[in-house]
Design a protein around this ligand. Sequence first.
Ligand code: SF4
Ligand code: SF4
Length: 153
Amino acid sequence: MADNNKIPNPEVKCVVNTCTHWVPGNICGAGNIDILNEEVGKMSKAVEQTMCKTFEERRGLANFVGSADNVNWVGFAEELVGVGRRLNPTVTCIVDTCKYYHEGDLCNIDSIEITGENAKECQTTDCATFEYSGKPSKNEKLQHSREKGEKFR
Ligand code: SF4
Ligand code: SF4
């Protein structure tokens, strides 16, 4: 179950319409998204080097059900009945070379945009809001363990 108490947490706008979590209106229906560096051991210095690792290609119902443990069901229900709280995932980001990176693998900006229309793999997606801070990274080890499939925090 996603941790829904992340502070700070940005509003997520996503145009990746081929993702199983994508909802019309450029909304992400995932419970949590993981933003990583595209290449292991190469910390991002540009937008193209980031990716939304939570991307899963939409291939029909089986694929959607397979991702059901990472769906913001409460947000879905509230969006449907118009409670007014927007459907929005929590964001876990290990790209600590970004200006907006916040200690604890959080993102400290009001909103982010995930790009990569028609993507077929997560490497084609980007966090378009990334801005290089020029600082060295402390998160390379974490990225290595994540890529090996170990639990991400
Ligand atoms: S690509 Fe990422 S942000 Fe976009 S809908 Fe998929 S999981 Fe959500
Ligand atoms: S804006 Fe920066 S800190 Fe926020 S999710 Fe994108 S890469 Fe991570």
